[in-house]
Design a protein around this ligand. Structure first.
Ligand SMILES: [Zn+2]
Length: 318
């Protein structure tokens, strides 16, 4: 990077900023971040090569470039994940998302544009197929796992082979928890129940599979205070705060951050957007002026880097 030999601190800062501005977008785009919750989504029913679907991929890239997102995790229908992965390469962690009601993607209550999750068109991926995809580096994370939408509890026997695989192959696993949009059971997913999504119910899985690296999505400690004790019990569990970073008023979101901080758990929070705008989501954290620079850079990048077992991704830029 920059050398400070023979320069005062002010000169050093000026030299470094000028060099970075000339050499990459990093200085313009702000500090690096990792976005741990993205959907390789489709805008229209057709396949990933349809211009509207390509445009939605480009839209995320533009936001990621502008905001210096150095790495992100994206899941969705397998053809879309493949298409995004081909386009983004190692800037993306490709995720397998299940279970799938009637074999189709089921998030956000969407009934239009739903796609087959897997080649077998089943609710779950074929175990051997998934194993091969992980071994060949085409899938690096299990999740978003939206069991709640399908009315399937975290400890359902049908999930056993996937937990065993994630633990054996040491890949992270990301659970949808908490809730969903209003009237989810009526609008899309008959078996959706709030009670199934209580994140504290992950305890049984965490005890049974102690080596699992777990991301709890939508980890709202204000509505699920038991999460605090869960995180204290299991240091290998990290969280994302979508969509609350985007939908709560600033005061409410900052109350959530203060609660994590009071319990010494800020270092488990990983920045994520869940398809909300990247800049506004980053701003929600950056406006929390009670966070130290270290705490903020942990949330934006370094906590995820640690969770993923990576070394220097937060020292790079796009
Ligand atoms: Zn979710």
């Amino acid at each position: 990077m920059c050398s400070s030999v023979g320069a005062t601190r002010t000169q050093f800062t000026l030299i470094c900023c000028a060099a970075l501005a000339l050499s990459s977008n990093a200085a313009l785009a702000g500090p690096p971040s990792i976005d741990m919750h993205v959907h390789a989504k489709n805008a229209v029913q057709e396949g990933p090569q349809h211009p509207s679907n390509v445009a939605s991929m480009h839209e995320y890239k533009a936001e990621a470039d502008t905001n210096n997102v150095v790495l992100f995790a994206a899941s969705g229908a397998h053809q879309f994940v493949d298409s995004w992965f081909e386009y983004f390469g190692d800037r993306m962690l490709a995720g397998a998302s299940f279970p799938c009601i009637n074999g189709l993607t089921n998030f956000e209550g969407e009934t239009d544009g739903r796609q087959a999750c897997f080649p077998n068109e089943g609710m779950f991926p074929d175990v051997a197929w998934l194993h091969d995809r992980i071994e060949s580096g085409q899938i690096q994370i299990l999740g978003e796992l939206g069991m709640q939408y399908a009315g399937i509890s975290f400890d359902d026997d049908r999930l056993t082979p996937y937990y065993e695989m994630a633990e054996a192959l040491d890949i992270p696993i990301a659970f949808h928890t908490s809730g969903g949009p209003p009237k989810t059971a009526e609008r899309c997913c008959d078996d959706f129940r709030l009670s199934i999504g209580d994140p504290v119910k992950l305890e049984e899985i965490l005890v049974r599979y102690p080596k699992l690296r777990v991301q709890i999505m939508h980890a709202n400690v204000l509505t699920y205070p038991g999460l605090l004790r869960l995180l204290q019990q299991f240091p290998n569990v990290f969280v994302d705060l979508t969509p609350f970073s985007s939908i709560l008023p600033e005061e409410g979101f900052h109350q959530m951050l203060r609660t994590y901080r009071m319990h010494g758990l800020l270092n488990r929070i990983m920045f994520a957007t869940d398809d909300f705008p990247v800049a506004a989501t980053l701003a929600a954290y950056r406006k929390a002026d009670f966070l130290t620079a270290d705490e903020l850079s942990g949330i934006e990048c370094r906590n995820a880097q640690r969770f993923l077992g990576l070394e220097d991704v937060c020292d790079s830029g796009y």
